[in-house]
Design a protein around this ligand. Structure first.
Ligand code: FAD
Length: 291
């Protein structure tokens, strides 16, 4: 525990904080339970000229084998609180999306259940406009609380944010500390039944194993999974990383090396480009450095 209250770990292995289960250590891993702790960490990073990034659930991240030369910041404590006032659902950015959906349903509020089955945190979901064919998180957002790198607190209405396919204009703007959602009244059992139905459908096509979900964004013309499959790449392996036989946009990692996953990504991009002329782009975020 630091003097400023936040908890600090040095050379914390990031592999255990990501769903891929790979990646070297972060020089500094700071867990912040309050806004003042978060501000203290940012001030320290600024003073020492240490780069930082926020980790949510680590479900859309590939950390390289050499780890991250800087501070990895995790939002905990007050950032995992939730509150409902009328039809407005306020959520800390560190709340898991699964818990948020469950809380909203219990409160008789509908609108988030279409995101059922997406892992990670509310902060990560807003940052990347997480979604499915049923809809995206942007559809329910009313406003976002942000702490800028200069430690300025901002409340942005949804109209001030641009959301696109798996992206938002919040990238590079600071740390999302919370979100407010405008939901509609519903019956808890019915909301839960919709979520259960979506999860049951997902389970049919979602591979088991360590992954970060879809690796590539869908190009405009076609789904990335279909393209990869049509290029005959299902089952392609590099070391312990493999293109899933069930869903070709998933890489399942069975080993300890991010380098296998990175090499497989490179191969897929190269074959798809050569065979179709389409340049796939990663949906996952890649951080850190090679060993
Ligand atoms: C099995 C599986 C299925 C998935 N299915 C889907 C799906 O159907 N749809 C979908 O959209 N995604 C899906 N994903 C991907 C992933 O779950 C989502 O992108 C999720 O929203 C990422 O949230 P996270 O908290 O884990 O973010 P992380 O992976 O921790 O971080 C992702 C990015 O967000 C940034 N970030 C996180 N929190 C904050 C914050 N508070 N402030 C600022 N930046 C922040 C990080 O710095 C990083 O750049 C799936 C992943 C898995 C493993």
């Amino acid at each position: 525990m630091s003097e400023a209250g936040y908890s600090i770990m040095l050379l914390e292995p990031l592999a255990k904080h990501t769903s891929f289960g790979v990646g070297g250590p972060a020089d500094i891993y700071a867990e912040c339970a309050t806004l003042s702790e978060l501000k203290a960490v940012l001030a320290q990073c600024k003073k020492d000229k240490v780069p930082f990034f926020i980790i949510g659930g680590g479900t859309n991240l590939l950390v390289k084998d050499g780890g991250y030369r800087g501070a990895c910041i995790k939002l905990a404590g007050a950032f995992t609180e939730m509150e409902v006032i009328g039809e407005i659902f306020s959520c800390g950015a560190g709340v898991s999306l699964v818990k948020a959906l469950s809380f909203a349903a219990d409160s008789g509020l509908s609108g988030l259940e279409k995101l059922a089955g997406i892992p990670g945190t509310v902060g990560g979901a807003v940052f990347g406009n997480a979604g499915t064919r049923q809809g995206e998180i942007k559809d329910a957002v009313s406003s976002i609380s942000l702490l800028t790198e200069a430690s300025e607190e901002k409340e942005l209405p949804v109209s001030a944010i641009e959301f696109g396919y798996r992206r938002s204009s919040l990238e590079g703007k600071g740390i999302i500390t919370g979100a407010k959602f405008k939901l509609v009244p519903g019956v808890a059992e019915e909301i839960r039944a919709v979520a259960a139905g979506i999860i049951a459908e997902r389970n049919k096509t979602q591979p088991k194993g360590r992954s970060a979900g879809s690796v590539f964004k869908n190009p405009e013309s076609k789904s990335a999974g279909r393209l990869i499959e049509e290029c005959g790449l299902k089952g392609l392996k590099v070391g312990s990383a493999e293109i899933s036989m069930l869903h070709a946009n998933y890489i399942i990692n069975g080993g300890m090396n991010a380098s296998d996953v990175l090499e497989l990504i490179k191969k897929v991009k190269s074959v798809v480009l050569e065979k179709t002329g389409i340049a796939l782009q990663e949906e996952i975020k890649i951080v850190g450095e090679d060993r």
